[in-house]
Write a protein that binds this ligand. Structure first.
Ligand code: ZN
Length: 217
């Protein structure tokens, strides 16, 4: 089983208090900082661009796990790489050039991953599995509020874990992850856990500790 990693999502942080909140995440041994980049097209919302990634890079040594929720990510890869993204994940649904995007990220020395929205069939991963470092499964519809974590996706996590086999690929889950479902995601086979709303609501340290406990750490 691969190392279990917590990846708090900066989208849910209090931007006015960002440095302090990131210090707390560091003290709590967060493994990655998850950055949701949204373009107002692939998802309705807009959030974070290369300038923010650059800024985050200046204030923390946590690896930046950059999730591109943008149309045609091929147009923005250079900027993201240059800004300092350590891991870049792109939605299969957002590009017809998945393969060349992955190659580009990999050739820059960064880690590359593919993201699937909840309704996207996991079988297509088969053809790119040997090229990637991470698979991100969305457990809510990207960029949408409303009904939280989709329980039926636990089966998809299991399927993808089986497909990965003994390859060195992280399996990340993102969307509505909290103390009530993180343990079940781990049991299904995920090893990287994005959590935003839960981590940043109230006491960040306690919330991080609670998630670790639920992971059995
Ligand atoms: Zn995300």
């Amino acid at each position: 089983m691969r190392e279990l990693k917590l990846a708090p999502s900066i989208f849910a942080a209090d931007i006015g208090d960002l440095k302090k909140q990131i210090r707390i995440l560091e003290e709590q041994n967060a493994d990655l900082l998850h950055v949701d980049v949204m373009d107002g097209h692939f998802v309705e919302k807009m959030a974070f661009g290369p300038d923010h990634i650059k800024m985050l890079k200046e204030i923390t040594n946590l690896p930046l796990d950059v999730h591109l929720m943008i149309e045609r990510p091929e147009r923005k890869l250079d900027e993201m790489i240059h800004a300092g993204a350590d891991i870049i994940t792109i939605h299969q649904e957002a590009t017809a050039r998945l393969y060349s995007c992955i190659e580009k990220i990999k050739s820059s020395g960064r880690k590359a991953g593919v993201v699937l929205s909840p309704a996207t069939n996991e079988q297509s991963l088969k053809y790119i599995m040997d090229k990637i470092d991470m698979i991100l499964l969305m457990t809510i519809h990207p960029g949408e509020d409303g009904p939280g974590f989709h329980e039926e996706l636990l089966e998809k996590i299991q399927n993808v874990r089986e497909m990965i086999g003994d390859r060195e690929i992280d399996l990340e889950v993102d969307g509505g992850i909290d103390q009530t479902n993180i343990g079940r995601c781990r049991e299904a086979g995920a090893n990287v856990f994005v959590s935003g709303g839960y981590v940043f609501q109230g006491d960040i340290s306690k919330n991080m500790q609670r998630l670790r406990e639920e992971l059995g750490e």
